[in-house]
Write a protein that binds this ligand. Structure first.
Ligand SMILES: C[S@@+](CC[C@H](N)C(=O)[O-])C[C@H]1O[C@@H](n2cnc3c(N)ncnc32)[C@H](O)[C@@H]1O
Length: 212
């Protein structure tokens, strides 16, 4: 969608074989139509968390735990991913999968609206990943920004919405309103005085920024 089919197939072919738990989670997401990160985005999160030696990571939108698993695997046993999800069934499934994957000791799954949870958070985080409802991205961002330590990395998924954000035209799935919201959000973050960022055409578009 964002890159050519040939590039997309090539990149997918380079993917290391997923372990059985991750493969099961992906099959679950596919079967039930749950939107989760594609493998390249998951790998990008993993690399970013490793590169920054992240210890405390914040996530908005755990769903069934696919992106949470990539993040948790990059942390040592003293690390923690605090992840918010509002859907009870998805939250429960994430808990089961992450236990089976052996990372439950470093994951704090919270069944709570992130907009409430982020307000009550204390302490600093080394990395954050925004992947909740697209229309709420600006709210998540404003609430989590004060929790990012200098040098912390922020990643945001779906910032290109199948390419519609660049084309500035609806494809029937993403509405004109959602596209306008995404364009304003991208502009705000990339010109924000407290961040240095860029957008990568990975998956559905990932904005990556460092907290100054
Ligand atoms: C795109 S999915 C997350 C996928 C997950 N990050 C992954 O890649 O494996 C978005 C999730 O955010 C959840 N969500 C939506 N609004 C939320 C909110 N205000 N607080 C917490 N979670 C929310 C939805 O229920 C949904 O499961």
């Amino acid at each position: 969608m964002i890159v050519t089919d040939g590039v997309s197939e090539y990149l997918a072919g380079l993917r290391p074989e997923p372990d059985p738990v991750l493969a099961e989670m992906e099959a679950h997401a596919q079967r039930d139509g749950i939107p989760v990160v594609v493998a390249q985005t998951g790998r990008l999160l993993y690399v970013l968390a490793l590169a920054t030696r992240a210890r405390r990571v914040l996530e908005v939108g755990s769903a069934i735990g696919v992106s949470t698993l990539y993040l948790a695997r990059a942390l040592g046993s003293d690390g923690a991913v605090v992840s918010f999800e509002i859907d009870e069934q998805r939250h429960a499934a994430a808990r089961r999968y992450l236990e089976r994957a052996g990372v439950a000791d470093r994951v704090e799954l919270r069944l709570q609206d992130a907009r409430e949870g982020l307000t009550a958070l204390e302490g600093n985080f080394d990395m954050a990943f925004i992947d909740g409802i697209k229309g709420q991205y600006a709210e998540y961002f404003e609430l989590l920004l004060p929790r990012l330590a200098p040098g912390a990395v922020l990643a945001v998924d779906n910032v290109l919405m199948s390419g519609t954000v660049a084309e500035n035209s609806s494809d029937g799935h993403w509405s004109e309103e959602q596209i306008a919201g995404a364009r304003a959000f991208n502009q705000r973050l990339l010109t924000h005085e407290g961040l240095t960022g860029t957008i990568l055409p990975v998956g559905d578009g990932v904005l990556v920024a460092v907290r100054k």
